[in-house]
Design a protein around this ligand. Structure first.
Ligand SMILES: [Zn+2]
Length: 1014
């Protein structure tokens, strides 16, 4: 500051500049930012944006308020606060905001004045909501119902508060992209375009060469071109272009220094940098419009620091004149692309798996944190059921709502939440939110069931005499309401609620402390089976009850009580459990050790049509036989692990939360002298196997079912050998499958996968296992010329068919190194009791079935819905008296003669705050998936809701923020290369409201349901 000479030189150079450019002097410069699109120039659309993860390294609230900054200096509140004055300072400036979870946190704390200003900024288009869901959901480990729910929550808020309908999908960070995202969560919510960047690096290179980063994505075979979506893949990432264009306060890109009186005047250099970046991007982009995504994670915390530079770039670049720079948004950019009337390359299928490097396949996160994934899925099904009960008993009647669960579930869909790619403390935060949401929903469910069962003498919610409890820890056999002493004539009331639109027969199991029998609500004793609790189950229970609840349960149940139940569509039945010392049917338990009993080489399991054969010598599964379908197949099931690469070799890439990089595969052999225990009962047979000290498996064959249910308990995965391990199970058949298998997209369509092959480019295979992994939410199957072999899952997992005839699922992973994608932690989950921590144990289920060719889809779809929506089981105690005589023991919301067609599922039934009811129905089958069930379906709404008067019915888009007809009229119709644009799509017609009200016009009380539409 006090140094003379340089100052002096500055004066001289300034004088020189004055001499050269007579205008140059230090004074106020009115930057001209008014530029709009210029037809005959390269238009550089500057999109100012911030990417605000709804939890990742910090929790969602820490990110919002800006706490825990030692982890990451990020404060979303600063972003939203500082955007407002920056936009007001120049009406040409524009900004987009994406994550509604943050926006809503901010909005509710703003003054009326700020709210008014924000509304003005939104209506002028200076501020625009893009995407508009609560979070930017993941696309691999999420179920389509959750994607719809979280998007709806955001979209409806934006509609109600601002009257605005977001136009653009903005999935810029998720790690690969699903077909369901394209056709359901983009086209069917009414978006005009979808933007992202994470696609396989080989795919990207080819697309750059062919200028095919911008495509029309036709992701649904059923909806065809009617669900086309213009899709823009960014050339590199969602950050500013290469060349130094980061302008957060502490970023180090060169700012434009345009004061001639100061050192380092650099206007021309910076203009040159900008033009070079633009020309380079233009080289790989069709039309004369390119987008510069000016921002990245948690940027614009001091928005003016960016806008100051962007103003200058626009001003000087346009003065330069080689390219045309303008403030823009993805909407303006999309409209500009559309106006060019180009034909775009066609893309079908999806963008999985994603790799950003030859040894970096982002396929580990398909399985990372399997317990969170299981919890999210369990809560998703529960939320669906709880909303139905909320609807039956009127919203808010109990004082509880599902809103908190809705919010927690929405946030959990974020691409660093259910994916398992967040830090441990953030994972804990998501779980805590889910639990809080569940707790309120549980009270709502209990109260609703009390209303619905209320004494027949005084029905409704005014005289609730029954208190219902539920058991969220039933999976570890912990259920205090069923573990009661029933010895003095008390009865346990077991209510089973079915949230499906079909009648359902199922088997439930509850822990009981003594021998018990079961009666139905008519007083008939029904078949039941008592199964002694295995030691492994008891140990799992006591350890986790201590870990999760901090208590040691004083009682240990003796048996699982197993009995068949049935429940009507959208309704319940009740059952009564009573104690009968010494009379209950206890299943026979036999245990054999390897090589004993070896006279008979096979043991047969199963009392119904399905039988499994096990080899006595080593307790291994050998055959699968179905006497009805005549399917007969050899079948083996094994466990093995991949050693997680530590990244210590030539390529430092480790296997971690995101990335699956195996370094060898190792079979897990049952240890010698390990017993196989066979449990045989009247309802089901079970085979218990301690595969090794940390893998326990129960295979179940039910008399009345034709699939195998496998319950696995994996963990704690030992890592004292300093090797991270990724545990898989492999099921091997003799099927000839020609490298081909099928995996679902977010629980909907099955997409054909061919090992070591991509349809759109010549795949260079660097990772023969990780590069063939795909996300599985519903199931995976393969087929040969006579049969289909399907495996369905209870949560999202990764899986593949690495060998012909074989399906593998990755069930659990425990890793010791960070994989270098930002999370900065190894994926090493533990459970602690009294400060003693051990690796996380995961319990889950998968289901296996072989069908004759062409018949597998029915099971995958119907049973898949049952997995998603398990029966909701609630308990109460009948203490003397005659509960059935005075209460409503059976209920169905639907007409007793009616159930939904086999190919239609109810995916939303929700009473909204404004008194409307949101109903969503999903056709479960793709075109061509099943010979009969892929056909158009009809639903009789009046029979679905016989006691309700349907006042008016409006067909909405998928996120329920606009009428469907208006959306269809408005959506841009794009042209594809080499496509005639003529295609027959079978969609149902619009609902005719008149037919819903007329009571005389009986034959036509049907609602045409859009085929395959959600
Ligand atoms: Zn992100």
């Amino acid at each position: 500051m006090a140094i003379d000479h340089p100052h002096h030189r500055t004066r001289i150079s300034a004088l020189l500049l004055v001499a050269l450019w007579s205008l140059a002097e230090s004074k106020y410069i009115a930057y001209n930012t008014t530029q709009r699109i210029v037809a005959d120039k390269l238009n550089v659309h500057i999109v100012a944006h911030t990417h605000d993860d709804v939890g990742w390294l910090k929790t969602v609230d820490q990110y919002y308020v800006g706490s825990n900054n030692s982890i990451q200096g990020a404060c979303v509140q600063n972003v939203l606060d500082s955007i407002i004055p920056s936009l007001l300072a120049d009406k040409n400036r524009r900004f987009i905001y994406v994550e509604q979870a943050f926006f809503q946190r901010w909005w509710r704390q703003q003054s009326d004045g700020i709210k008014k200003t924000v509304k003005e900024l939104l209506s002028s288009g200076q501020l625009e909501f893009i995407n508009g869901g609560m979070c930017m959901h993941d696309e691999a480990a999420v179920h389509y119902i959750d994607m719809i729910d979280q998007t709806t929550l955001g979209h409806r808020f934006i509609k109600e508060e601002f009257g605005i309908i977001p136009r653009i999908g903005w999935q810029i960070d998720p790690f690969g992209h699903s077909a369901v995202q394209a056709y359901l969560l983009s086209a069917e919510v009414g978006f005009d375009a979808l933007y992202f960047f994470r696609i396989d690096y080989q795919d990207r290179d080819k697309r750059k060469d062919l200028k095919s980063l911008e495509v029309i994505w036709r992701a649904s075979k059923s909806l065809g071109l009617s669900a086309d979506i213009f899709t823009g893949i960014f050339p590199k990432n969602y950050e500013p272009p290469p060349g130094g264009f980061y302008f957060e306060v502490n970023d180090d890109s060169p700012v434009i220094q345009d004061d001639p009186l100061l050192f380092d005047y650099n206007v021309q250099e910076r203009v040159d940098d900008f033009v070079a970046a633009a020309l380079s991007q233009a080289n790989i982009t069709r039309t004369n419009h390119i987008m510069f995504t000016m921002g990245t994670d948690f940027k614009y915390q001091y928005a003016n620091s960016w806008f100051r530079q962007l103003d200058k770039f626009i001003h000087y670049v346009n003065k330069d004149g080689r390219v045309n720079a303008l403030y823009s948004t993805p909407s303006i950019y999309t409209d500009a692309k559309y106006a060019m009337e180009e034909s775009w390359p066609l893309k079908t299928g999806d963008f999985f798996p994603y790799a950003d490097h030859p040894n970096a396949y982002w396929t580990g996160y398909f399985t990372s944190r399997p317990s969170i994934k299981g919890y999210v899925r369990m809560m998703s099904g529960y939320y669906l059921a709880a909303r139905q009960l909320e609807f039956f008993t009127e919203r808010n009647s109990s004082g509880y709502t599902t809103d908190s669960l809705a919010d927690a579930l929405a946030i959990a869909q974020h691409h660093d939440a259910v994916t398992g790619t967040e830090k441990q403390h953030v994972a804990n935060d998501y779980a805590k939110r889910l639990y809080i949401g569940y707790s309120e929903a549980e009270k709502l469910v209990g109260a609703s069931l009390a209303c619905l069962t209320a004494p027949t003498s005084s029905p409704g919610c005014y005289n609730m005499t029954t208190k219902f409890e539920q058991c969220p820890l039933l999976n570890i056999s912990y259920c205090p309401p069923s573990e009661v002493d029933l010895s003095h004539g008390k009865k346990l009331i077991v209510l089973v609620y079915n949230s499906l639109g079909w009648k359902r027969n199922d088997i439930i199991r509850i822990p009981v402390i003594s021998e018990s029998i079961v009666h139905d609500s008519e007083g008939n004793e029904i078949e039941s089976q008592l199964l002694p609790l295995a030691d492994a189950t008891v140990n799992l229970r006591s350890h986790h009850v201590k870990a999760y609840l901090g208590i040691s349960s004083s009682i240990t149940p003796k048996f699982w009580l197993i009995f068949p139940v049935s429940a009507p569509p959208l309704g319940f039945n009740t059952y009564f459990v009573s104690s009968t010392k010494g009379k209950g049917l206890v299943a026979s338990v036999s245990t054999f050790y390897s090589s004993e009993e070896s006279k008979n080489s096979n043991i047969e399991i199963g009392k119904g049509k399905l039988k499994l054969l096990y080899n006595v010598k080593d307790g291994t599964l050998t055959h699968y036989l179905n006497s009805r379908s005549l399917v007969k197949a050899s079948m083996e099931q094994t466990y093995s692990y991949y050693a997680g690469d530590s990244g210590s070799g030539g390529d430092p890439q480790a296997s971690g939360a995101y990335i699956f990089r195996p370094n060898g595969t190792f079979p897990i052999k049952p240890e010698k002298k390990t017993p196989t225990t066979i449990v045989r009962g009247s309802i089901l047979d079970e085979v218990h196997q301690q595969i090794n000290p940390w893998i326990y498996q129960v295979s179940r064959v039910y008399k009345g079912k034709e699939h195998v249910e496998v319950e696995f308990t994996v963990g704690p995965i030992p890592v004292d050998d300093e090797i991270g391990k990724e545990i898989v199970t492999k099921i091997t058949t003799g099927m000839v499958t020609n490298k081909t298998f099928y995996t679902d997209s977010n629980g909907r369509d099955f997409i054909k996968r061919v090992r070591d092959y991509r349809s759109e480019w010549e795949l260079q295979v660097n990772q023969p296992v990780a590069g063939n992994y795909y996300p599985i939410n519903l199931g995976i199957y393969m087929q040969d010329d006579s049969a289909e072999f399907s495996v369905l899952v209870d949560r999202s997992v990764g899986g593949s068919s690495i060998l012909d005839g074989q399906i593998e699922l990755m069930l659990h992973r425990r890793l010791l190194y960070d994989d270098g994608r930002g999370v900065g932690e190894a994926l090493n989950e533990t459970v602690c009791v009294n400060d003693e921590c051990a690796g996380l144990t995961v319990q889950g289920k998968f289901y296996v079935k072989i069908d004759p060719l062409g018949e597998g889809s029915r099971w995958r779809r119907t049973f898949g819905q049952e997995i998603y929506s398990p029966l909701l089981v609630a308990f109460s105690i009948e203490d003397g008296g005659n509960w059935t005589g005075s209460h409503t023991a059976n209920f169905s919301a639907m007409d007793p003669s009616y159930s939904l067609p086999d190919n239609v599922a109810l995916i939303t039934l929700q009473a909204l705050e404004d008194g409307n009811v949101l109903l969503r129905l999903a056709h479960l089958y793709e075109v061509g998936e099943h010979k009969d069930l892929s056909a158009m379906a009809y639903v009789e709404l009046k029979k679905m809701f016989p006691v309700r008067k349907i006042g008016n019915i409006i067909e909405m888009n998928l996120s329920a923020n606009q009428e469907k007809a208006a959306m269809e009229k408005k959506r841009l119709k794009w042209k594809t290369e080499g496509s005639s644009g003529v295609e027959t799509i079978a969609r149902g017609g619009p609902v005719d409201p008149s037919k819903l009200f007329s009571s005389r016009d009986r034959p036509s009380r049907r609602k045409g349901l859009d085929q395959k539409r959600c």
